[in-house]
Design a protein around this ligand. Structure first.
Ligand code: F6P
Length: 341
């Protein structure tokens, strides 16, 4: 077979490990050929392809980012987008596609599979919010980066008796905030799934100072105040209709300082969480996903996504992966509340 590979949506550490595993097993064990599509769905849409062989994937296991490039191009929004993809795949002699991506990229993969294209999905996102898999690669690395930052912020917060607010990624799901806040000993964790009440946050902060410790507030970028408690400004939308987030840390900095009188400073970790080398856990998970994705394609089982269930990699229908997001269950959040304040 001649198989196309693409990486779409926000990049994350481990994408290259998947590409390497797909190509290595596909060439060595099955004798397939590969084509790399550049920049997510933009590649098949424009017929923009590159050579992808064993030599091209050598040495990329520890490298962050993606050698194929990525984008948030949504071909469904482009007039005749699906037909253009079908045409380009046929011109390039591509029999099947391995799409590595999150909710949006796999949503497109699902629609293409419904059109009869042979597609196998590989879940990725630092947000860990894809429903059908217990973990996505990239998440462990992002959490590790955030924890390192929180550890450093503790010492400077103590020296200056300041409130330090750390804004982490997570637009709908607060997994990064929950895990990094728990592992980093945050004083308060705010996640999108549980609207916060600013007065409660300030109470936790005052309680912490009363015990002679400086508080760290970990907030997911998508966290929202409970209705009627604080005003937030509207933000821009991207090609998938998502709000471009960022800014809740700044709002909290202002509000906390005004309400408690304690000097407050925010740190936005932003894309630092998506950059650099993957942790060993993410390298292993990404590699296993890649190996199982090429197996599925080779077996002719398409329209599926590989998923981690416990310690096993399974094949699940693509539709299951994108039908709903995996949010933080409220009991998981309540579990850590004992550490607040
Ligand atoms: O989906 C991954 C993610 O990193 C989210 O956590 C974040 O909201 C978004 O991507 C940021 O997207 P961009 O890099 O396009 O600004």
């Amino acid at each position: 077979m001649r198989i196309g590979v693409l990486t779409g949506g926000g990049d994350c550490p481990g994408l290259n490990a998947v590409i390497r595993a797909v190509v290595r097993k596909g060439v060595e064990n099955y004798g397939h050929e590969f084509v790399g599509f550049r920049d997510g769905w933009k590649g098949p849409l424009d017929g923009d392809a590159m050579t992808l062989d064993v030599a091209a994937t050598r040495g990329i296991l520890p490298r962050g980012g993606t050698i194929l490039g990525s984008s948030r191009t949504n071909p469904i929004k482009v007039e005749g987008g699906i037909e253009r993809i079908e045409q380009n795949l046929s011109t390039l002699g591509v029999d099947g596609l391995i799409a590595i991506g999150g909710e949006d990229t796999l949503g497109v993969a699902t629609q293409l599979a419904e059109h009869g294209l042979r597609v196998v999905g590989v879940p990725k996102t630092i947000d860990n919010d894809l429903n059908a898999t217990d973990y996505t690669f990239g998440f462990d690395t992002a959490v590790q980066i955030a924890v390192e930052a929180i550890d450093r912020l503790h010492t400077t917060a103590e020296s200056h008796h300041r409130v330090l607010i750390v804004e982490v990624m997570g637009r709908h799901a607060g997994w990064i905030a929950l895990h990094s806040g728990l592992a980093g000993g945050a004083n308060v964790i705010l996640i999108p799934e549980r609207p916060f009440v600013i007065d409660e946050v300030c109470d936790y902060i005052e309680k912490r100072f009363a015990r002679h410790y400086a508080p760290i507030v970990v907030v997911a970028e998508g966290a929202q105040p409970a209705e009627g408690t604080m005003e937030l400004q509207a933000a821009e939308l991207d090609a998938f209709g998502h709000v471009r987030l960022g800014g809740i840390g700044q709002v909290l900095e202002r509000e906390i300082q005004a309400r408690t009188g304690f000097e407050s400073r925010q740190t936005v970790l932003g894309h630092v969480q998506r950059g650099g080398t993957p942790t060993a856990f993410d390298r292993v998970l990404a590699t296993r996903f890649g190996l199982h994705a090429i197996d599925a394609m080779n077996d002719g089982e398409t329209g599926v996504m590989v998923a981690l269930r416990g310690t096993e990699i399974e094949r699940v229908p693509l539709t299951a992966a994108t039908s709903e997001l995996k949010l933080v269950p409220i009991e998981r959040y309540e579990e850590v509340e004992v550490f607040f304040g």
